[in-house]
Design a protein around this ligand. Structure first.
Ligand code: IVH
Length: 712
């Protein structure tokens, strides 16, 4: 270990007496010391200098930079704003969410994609509809923000809403222009950071020489290199960047996808030379074939081809589903396959009690990644049956000791595709799926029509309790900084927390007294206080998050937000659910929500009916100030209104009308009732229009609707 004492303390000659040469040397020294301190703290979890010393170094660095701004280094420690050691990288809230793409695997999927779009837009099969087609780069996405032509911020995707501030790192990448001429005042360019094959090989060779870690594939190498707290490490790693999308703009780049790509190229970005304009599914497929043919010679990894509607006006109309655009799709290359031995089948118990069989494999490389686990889905899958009782794999079952074929498709969990009967050991026995939960010995039952066997132990099952807690603290749920899956597991094991409510009494119980958090291994005064504060900060929380965090089966993030918007307040909601049973007005109201089906409704009603689960929810709620749900776009004239569409719409399809209304904060319902605020009736409207008149519900036509929402 370096001599910390002498390094950590800075030269204390007053900054106003430094000359340029000394200042430059000291900035270099500070960058170096602080980078080492950062890695020690974050990468090795072994701080070398005290927080106070770190802060003093940081202050001096800032002072010198303020006096000699032109000497500020690319890897300046002050670039990591808000990224003091405890934080890692600063956080950046994306102006426009960074989304993913839905996947297609064959010609049929592409035909469906084209059909869906035509239907949504109300285009006939003959109407022209062009797409761009370009390689899907296997790297990591990055959002670059330019203001008045200057690069001011670079952020990773993170969870799509909030990413990490990697500005200093991005500045070291040659493909990323620092300054642009003739650019819009505000321009956010998005694209992929990646590493070429030769650069990847050379990096791993250098790492081997230093006995440093090897990267499994170019994508991991690119991610590991970009996400370095010390930007000088990023600089030493040859990263590249292709631009393919954009976010905030002060003026449009073009009116087509292709035009926008050309404009980005003209501004100095690298764009992929294999980008082509295609006039329909056939042309897309032949471009795909062409790219597949040259794939091995490109010199960088791609994992498919991305198709995008070329007309940006149409892209705008198509908009987004919750996490993917309707106007684009990724046509993935076939999954990579490998054969290996199945060492064991283990059963994991999930948050909702599902017993999931997991294959433990003899490690094997599949598409550049070492795989040692794969999902086996459920008992039928192991037995060689599909959900309808038909054969899969020709009815071959899977046994421990078998040679199995494993595949990975994109980022998903590896799967077992096939089994080689000729290599089956003589003594291999058919796998017997357990009828009791391996964690709590409660009965595991399989309901009719369900492929999955579930433990009925509920909260008495330790596996379910822990998984529920992990879900509770996850990013889209309570997202408590310093309380992740690992900590929750430890606290549960040591009887510190059993259910979500216990998190909110941690400080009371372990902030002082005999047993204290700060005295636990891996914790200290500062981290303990930070956690207590992080928990405190989450007492005031959005309704949708609370509901999602409960981990109720069939109630995902989107449904939670929908329910929150529909019921508005937590107490109104819980009261309604408590009284909803399986019939009556509250049950009808629940089922009447567009987006809530019977399965979800039953699951909700069961969770909120009097009993142990409801008590646990109420104990949690007692610690919280649950905020009423916000209506999105409150300024829209239809926000919060319940709208019904009926009859023929001529300027948009029903799907488009519904999506547009919802994006403006309206609730769209399929039937007219006293709760309906507005009926939009096109030609041919029948019983709904009559019912609306009877109930005195305001009725307008399609043009009236478009005028009302400002789309006319
Ligand atoms: S477009 C709104 N184009 O793939 C969607 N993505 O699976 C914007 N990717 O998160 C994405 N090459 O990181 C787009 N030519 C390309 C791409 C590409 C790679 C990545 C990107 C995205 C992921 C989605």
């Amino acid at each position: 270990m370096p001599d910390k004492g002498s390094n950590a303390h800075s030269d204390n000659s007053p900054v106003d007496q430094l000359n340029e040469t000394d200042a430059r040397a000291e900035l270099a020294r500070l960058a170096h010391i602080m980078a080492a301190a950062n890695s020690a703290y974050h990468r090795d979890d072994a701080p070398e200098i005290s927080d106070a010393d770190y802060d003093a170094l940081k202050a001096r660095n800032l002072e010198i930079e303020a006096r000699f701004p032109h000497l500020k280094r690319l890897d300046s420690p002050s670039e990591q704003v808000g990224a003091a050691p405890a934080e890692g990288f600063g956080k950046v809230t994306h102006t426009v969410r960074m989304l993913s793409l839905s996947n297609a695997f064959d010609a049929e999927d592409i035909a469906d994609f084209d059909d869906r779009i035509r239907r949504y837009l109300g285009l006939t099969a003959e109407a022209p509809l062009a797409y761009t087609s370009e390689p899907k780069i296997d790297g990591l996405s990055l959002s670059l923000r330019y203001e008045n032509g200057q690069l001011v911020q670079a952020a990773t995707r993170g969870d799509g809403a909030v990413g990490e501030n990697v500005t200093a790192n991005a500045r070291t990448i040659a493909d990323i222009p620092q300054a642009l001429t003739n650019a819009p005042e505000v321009l956010e360019v998005r694209g992929e950071v990646y590493m070429s094959h030769p650069d990847f090989e050379a990096l791993n060779a250098r790492q081997a020489e230093k006995s440093d870690k090897q990267f499994a594939n170019p994508r991991n190498a690119a991610a590991g290199s970009l996400r370095q707290l010390d930007a000088s490490i990023t600089k030493s790693r040859p990263l590249r960047f292709f631009a393919y999308a954009w976010a905030a703009l002060s003026e449009p780049l073009a009116d087509s996808q292709m035009g926008a790509i050309e404009r980005m190229a003209a501004l100095g970005f690298q764009t992929n030379p294999l980008t082509a304009l295609c006039d329909g599914p056939d042309a897309l497929l032949s471009h795909y074939a062409k790219i597949e043919q040259v794939r091995a010679t490109l010199g960088y990894d791609i994992d498919g081809v991305v198709y995008k509607v070329n007309d940006l006006g149409l892209q705008g109309r198509l908009g987004f589903r919750s996490t993917t655009p309707r106007w684009a799709i990724a046509h993935k290359f076939p999954a990579e396959l490998a054969w290996t031995r199945l060492e064991n089948i283990e059963i994991q118990v999930g948050r909702t009690g599902a017993l999931s069989p997991v294959a433990r494999l003899s490690p094997v490389t599949v598409g550049g990644v070492v795989v040692s686990n794969a999902t086996l889905h459920n008992e039928d899958y192991i037995a060689g049956r599909d959900s309808k009782g038909g054969d899969i794999r020709g009815g071959k079952d899977i046994r421990v000791g078998d040679w199995v074929q494993v595949y990975r498709a994109g980022d998903v969990i590896p799967k077992v595709a096939d089994v080689d009967l000729s290599k089956r050991p003589k003594d291999a026995e058919p796998f017997v799926f357990p009828l009791l939960c391996p964690e709590c010995q409660s009965e595991a039952i399989r309901e009719e029509g369900d492929a999955v066997r579930r433990c009925v132990g509920g909260l008495i099952c330790p596996a379910q309790a822990v998984e529920k807690l992990k879900h509770f603290v996850s990013r889209a749920a309570f997202d408590i900084e310093g309380l992740g899956a690992k900590q929750v597991e430890q606290f549960y094991r040591d009887d510190w927390i059993h259910e979500p409510a216990d998190i909110f009494t941690l400080k009371e119980r372990y902030g002082s007294g005999m047993q204290q958090l700060k005295n636990r291994e891996g914790w200290g005064e500062k981290s303990a206080n930070n956690l207590f504060q992080a928990i405190e900060d989450k007492r005031n929380i959005e309704f949708g998050r609370v509901l999602f965090s409960l981990g109720i089966r069939h109630v995902g993030e989107q449904a939670s937000n929908l329910l929150a918007r529909t019921y508005g307040g937590w107490s109104e909601f819980t009261e309604a659910m408590g009284g909803a049973s399986h019939e009556g007005p509250e049950w009808e109201r629940l089922l009447g929500i567009d987006g809530v089906g019977e399965v979800m409704a039953k699951s909700l009603v069961t969770a909120f009916a009097p009993g142990a689960e409801r008590d646990s929810i109420d104990r949690l709620a007692a610690h919280l100030a649950v905020q009423d749900a916000e209506q999105p776009q409150n300024d829209s004239p239809v926000a919060g209104k319940t709208v019904v569409f009926t009859g023929t719409l001529e300027k948009m399809t029903r799907a488009e009308a519904k999506a547009r209304a919802e994006s403006l904060g309206a609730k769209v319902s399929g039937s007219v009732s006293t709760k309906t605020d507005l009926l939009v009736a096109g030609p041919g409207a029948g019983s709904k229009a009559k019912k609306a008149t009877d109930l005195g519900v305001e009725t307008i036509d399609e043009d009236g609707w478009l005028t009302l929402i400002g789309d006319a």
